[in-house]
Ligand binder design. Sequence first.
Ligand SMILES: Nc1ncnc2c1ncn2[C@@H]1O[C@H](COP(=O)(O)OP(=O)(O)O)[C@@H](O)[C@H]1O
Ligand SMILES: [Mg+2]
Length: 510
Amino acid sequence: MLAAIASAAVVGIDAYHVLVEVDVAAGLPQWTIVGLPAGAVKESRERVSAALTNSGFQVPPRRVTINLAPADTRKDGTAFDLPIALGLLVATGQLRNGSTDSLVALGELGLDGSLRSVRGVLPVARLLARGSPTPTLVVAPANVPEAALVSSLRLGAAPTLATLVDGIRREDIPRPAASCERPVENAEGIDMADVAGQPLAKRALEIAAAGGHAVLMVGPPGAGKTMLARRLPTILPALGEAEALEVVAIHSVAGLVPPGEPPTGRRPFRAPHHTLSAAALIGGGSGPRPGEVSLAHHGVLFLDELQEMPRHVLDALRQPLEEGRVVIARAARSVNFPARFTLVGAMNPCPCGRAGSADRGACTCSALDVARHQSRISGPLADRIDMTVRVPAVPLHTLADATRAEPSTAIRQRVEMARARQELRYRSFALVTCNAHVHGRWLDAHGGLDAGARDLLASAAGRLRLSARGYHRVLKVARTIADLDGDATILRPHVAEALHFRTDSSGGHA
Ligand SMILES: Nc1ncnc2c1ncn2[C@@H]1O[C@H](COP(=O)(O)OP(=O)(O)O)[C@@H](O)[C@H]1O
Ligand SMILES: [Mg+2]
């Protein structure tokens, strides 16, 4: 007998329908899965058999053929356990009353018959909500908070296969409490005000947040670079609902949404180690899975010890920084992941880390060592970074100073105003929402550079031998500083401040 249960799978962060067909026929006991099943799908036999037996059902000694349609896309993961089990029950006549027609089932089975959460539930929920009539999505209770983000969808959830089958028979599938929780912004309790001193670094981060600029912090160990970077998300504008869903979808596909908890609406902060591979940075593997640049989408990607990253890994940053996405080429089809993040790099000023810091004893590096170290932020790095800021160690008396610094909410207000001005300016552009992403030449012609500012920029460009890219980077940063000031025109002081943060091949300052 033949049965078919609707399910779904994910490519990139987009879901598609999968029909799980189960045929049970006379013949030698055998179990075949077709439709390009990958490892975890092939192993579903063991989980499903044990789950059925331990839930009080029969696993008939017959020939079982399972087809995952469409048969030409590769299927991975454990989410087909549940539809396979339901299909077997229907095909063997153990689930007769009650219909499975309007269900879409997605879930892993434990050997004891319990229903477990899987990756990629939010993309599936969004797909189903677009269809009509909308089916009931049946998932494990631990996936409910994520699925419930799509409030228009009917949900079913049961802790075990047996309770679910019982619900289907009675035509009364347990409906989870309609929490429909929106992603919440449950702050981690960190704030820019936690950082004592460092006015220049805070100013650089405010500009970076306002204009979407990549920023590099150069300073000795313990200066507070990591502390500052971690607080950058707290001064970025709050995530919109659509953006928050996009973030959750990416993290869901990566298996990073904690089961049973409402996903947060916070901007992500990702801080991968400098030894990560290019594939871990931009995404890949079977699936493929999103990389760090996509996990940082709408948030912050913090790369510590930036100078230690191999050139080919740094080069992999080019596409996401320029296009706000990554395309992962696959034999069958290429997969797109969004990757629009604010890049923050950090590095020591020299190999020992003490160059230029008064309190910490003399730097032991030779002049050559220091030069070589600093030259590592030239070339591929300088090309990707709009601003560089020195972060000196904070003197003890500043750390002990109890006066509270400006809180993140106050800085965020200025950032939001500057962002609003940019959105207005770029409203007719398809992909540009902030200064970091606009063409330098467009900004030169239409950015509102006044004559005095243009003079200063031109003379600095000559004196500092800025490349065209370097010139445009300073211009973009100056535009953001003017936006923070609420000025339609870029004035001399805006350019002067931008020059102070410039990144160039010497890594130094004017
Ligand atoms: N400006 C500062 N204000 C408050 N605490 C600081 C400051 N700078 C450093 N610290 C303290 O020193 C620790 C180390 O700072 P960290 O951010 O890890 O430095 P870095 O990344 O530059 O090596 C922090 O966790 C914090 O406790
Ligand atoms: Mg650090």
